[in-house]
Design a binder for this molecule. Sequence first.
Ligand code: C2O
Ligand code: CU
Ligand code: CU
Length: 544
Amino acid sequence: MIRRQFLARSLGTAIASLFARSAFAQHAGHSMQGMEGMDDMPGMAGMHHAMPSPKTPPQVSLAADDALPAGAPLPELRTLVNSSGEAGTFRATLVAAPAKHTLLAGQPTTFWQYNGPDADSAQGPVTGPLIDVREGDTVEIRFVNRLPQPSTIHWHGLPVPPDQDGNPSLMIAPGATHVYRFTLPPGSAGTYWYHPHPHMMSAEQVFRGLAGPIIVRAADDPLAGFPERHLFFSDLKLAADGSIPANDMMDWMNGREGQFVLVNGAHRPRIAVKEDERWRLWNACSARYLRFSLGAGQRFVQVGTDGGLLEKPREGLTELLLAPGERAEVIVRAGSAPSQATLTADVYDRRKMAMSAGSLPPDPARVLADVAFQPQPAGEASEASGGMRAIPATLRTIVPLSAPVARKSVVFSEAMDMAAMHRSGASVHGMPAGMRFMINGTSFDPKRVTLTSRRDAVEEWAIENRTDMDHPFHLHGTQFQVVGRARGGAVTPEPLLAWRDTVNVQPGETVRIATVQKMAGDRMFHCHILEHEDLGMMGTLKVI
Ligand code: C2O
Ligand code: CU
Ligand code: CU
């Protein structure tokens, strides 16, 4: 395995040992309080002043893990209302603004939230309203930025023109309004989402609450008969006083994971399944990997990925891993007798770093929702098949992309520059200096083109992870096909044909994808751990 690189080796060796697994073992998990607790370690005095962000209070005491009530029914997503009367046009206003919700009794939390134009923002879940549209629709969204920061809206996964895609170079100032406009092509039906994409502020804007779901529907959806359920997962780190604290050092390094995972804005809600359902799952967490399970005996069927239906259903699954940014569609059976299950994020070891040497132990499994299966007596909704709706053996045709005419290499790497970490006042936007996450050897520079592609040319990209932790790779503006994975000499061809825009890459692994861009302009590609993206693990693809 490739070791982490230290740019300032003399300092690196001394400090690396302080940050090693043993020193951090007692703090392993979620409640690292910035660099507090490091004061009493020899040699840390010099580092301390450079690291906490100007916005980080000296001491953040987090709300207890059980501070949020559980067990309320799963909230339905709010829906963004289409104000257009014309067929084939979806027109709406989306306002990003601070909004108060009371999660902890007597201590309101100020989120940043997307709302429709006249929504009462404290009503309903913090999750942005669902944009529910159809293939062929022209979508026109007026974005009103009432945040104290510049922002953009990025349409994650959708094939929108580059200048409509909320690139970091296309910032909308506080107080400003901007109209995004795009048309959804045939074949684009799938499960997408929208979120801010300003450089160095995406993580904060998302962890304060800005993210929402998009569904694009096809006229000939073979699963249209299944009732749908929407599960939009987000992460919340909450202080005991109800505030949402800034990122600390560990958040920046490993990506932020709070004490709570919310489903449609609710903590551990209750779901009653009365008949077979189609679930759409969004992992909109900043950094948390969700390895879904309904328990060992509960099988489900995966029918879709980011970019819509699979070619063939994947039957009999007992778990499904979604990296940050990924989505999936599954069919969950109600069964034939009442039963209970928990929707759980099982243990997944993404090899979170212990500052510089070794890694933290994986998080324990966590319950995301309680599920009650309450199948209705046969004869009502589902007389045809004794309670079972059939899933077609072929969901759609996915044509493999043709042989590549060009190849590209994307390499993830990281480096801890201890000298820079020591320089006081070196942090920008509360980001720690000296912690470098790179693509092809450099951190993001808005003025630099990382790769250039030709329009309509099928390319094969090899995405290689030379770091010690998992990173989810995401490419804008298109859906791609995973071709295969290689790790430690073993090559695994991808067993299923699917359209994706986000794929996890494990340490030491190379994932090969086939991809094509259809419009000229600049596209971003990056790690979807938002802190890594903000720290520069992002590049620009220029399509000519
Ligand atoms: Cu969901 Cu460039 O991001
Ligand atoms: Cu995206
Ligand atoms: Cu990353």
